[in-house]
Design a protein around this ligand. Structure first.
Ligand code: ZN
Length: 223
C-alpha cells in the first residue's frame, strides 16, 4: 500500500510539503497541517438531515481545494491518509449513528484509474476505515464509464448517463451487505453521482445511509 510505505519512509526521509514545498517528515508540513485543520466545518453533520445525507469535513475551497487537487492531479496519493483521518475523527466526534456501516468508495473508471495509478476516493475511504474501524468494500460498486463530458447534455440525459455509468459491484452481487452503506468520495458537488449510485444500490435492496466526503462544493456546478 503506497500510503503506508510512504509514511514509513517518511520516518527517515524528508519530502516537500505539497502545499508550500517546505521540507517535512509528514504528509503536510506542520504549518499547512494547522491551516488545513482550521478549514474544518464547525458542524460537519449540518447536511446530514438532507436528502441524500451528506457528512462533509470542509468546503471545496482555499487550501482544502488545493490539497485535493494535489491528491488527484499531481500524483500525491499520500495526502489521502491525513484527509481520511480528519474525516474519520470528525465522524467519530459527531457520533451520528451507533449502527455499523459498510464503507463503499465511489469507484473510478478502470482506464482512468490506471492512468492515475490510484482512486483517491478509495485511499480516503481506506484511511477513514482505519480510524473508524468500519469495514470497506472496494468492489461494492463498479464504474462502467467516465462521465466527465456531460456539459452538452440536458439534465434528464445527464441523470440517465450517470445511472448507466455505474453498476452493482462483485462484492454485493455475491452477498448483500449486512449493514447500510456509507458512500465515501473526495468531493461532493451536485450530488448527482451519489443519487445515481444510491439508486443502483436501492434497486438491489441495499440500504444507503449517506455519503461522507472530504469537501463539499458551495456552488452548484457540473460533476
Ligand atoms: Zn506546507
Amino acid at each position: 500500500m503506497i500510503s503506508s510505505v510512504r509514511s514509513l519512509l517518511s520516518l527517515f526521509l524528508q519530502s516537500a510539503c505539497p502545499l508550500c514545498q517546505r521540507s517535512t517528515p509528514t504528509e503536510f508540513c506542520p504549518n499547512c497541517t494547522r491551516q488545513l485543520q482550521q478549514s474544518q466545518l464547525p458542524n460537519p453533520a449540518q447536511f446530514w438531515q438532507e436528502q441524500p445525507a451528506v457528512f462533509a469535513w470542509g468546503w471545496y475551497a482555499g487550501n482544502v481545494r488545493q490539497a485535493i487537487r494535489q491528491l488527484k492531479y499531481e500524483h500525491q496519493p499520500q495526502i489521502a491518509r491525513p484527509l481520511g483521518q480528519w474525516l474519520a475523527q470528525a465522524w467519530l466526534e459527531a457520533n451520528l449513528d451507533r449502527v455499523p456501516v459498510i464503507v463503499v468508495p465511489i469507484p473510478m473508471h478502470g482506464e482512468k484509474q490506471r492512468q492515475r495509478g490510484y482512486n483517491q476516493a478509495e485511499l480516503i475511504a481506506q484511511s477513514f476505515c482505519q480510524f473508524t474501524g468500519h469495514s470497506m468494500r472496494v468492489d461494492g460498486l463498479e464504474r462502467l464509464r467516465s462521465t466527465e463530458a456531460q456539459f452538452n447534455l440536458s439534465a434528464a440525459q445527464r441523470k440517465q448517463n450517470l445511472l448507466q455509468a455505474f453498476k452493482i459491484g462483485k462484492a454485493f452481487q455475491k452477498e448483500k451487505p449486512k449493514y447500510p452503506v456509507l458512500l465515501v468520495d473526495d468531493i461532493y458537488t451536485t450530488g448527482a453521482t451519489i443519487q445515481a449510485t444510491t439508486q443502483i444500490l436501492h434497486q438491489h435492496g441495499i440500504r444507503v445511509r449517506g455519503v461522507a466526503t472530504v469537501a463539499k462544493a458551495r456552488l452548484w456546478k457540473d460533476e
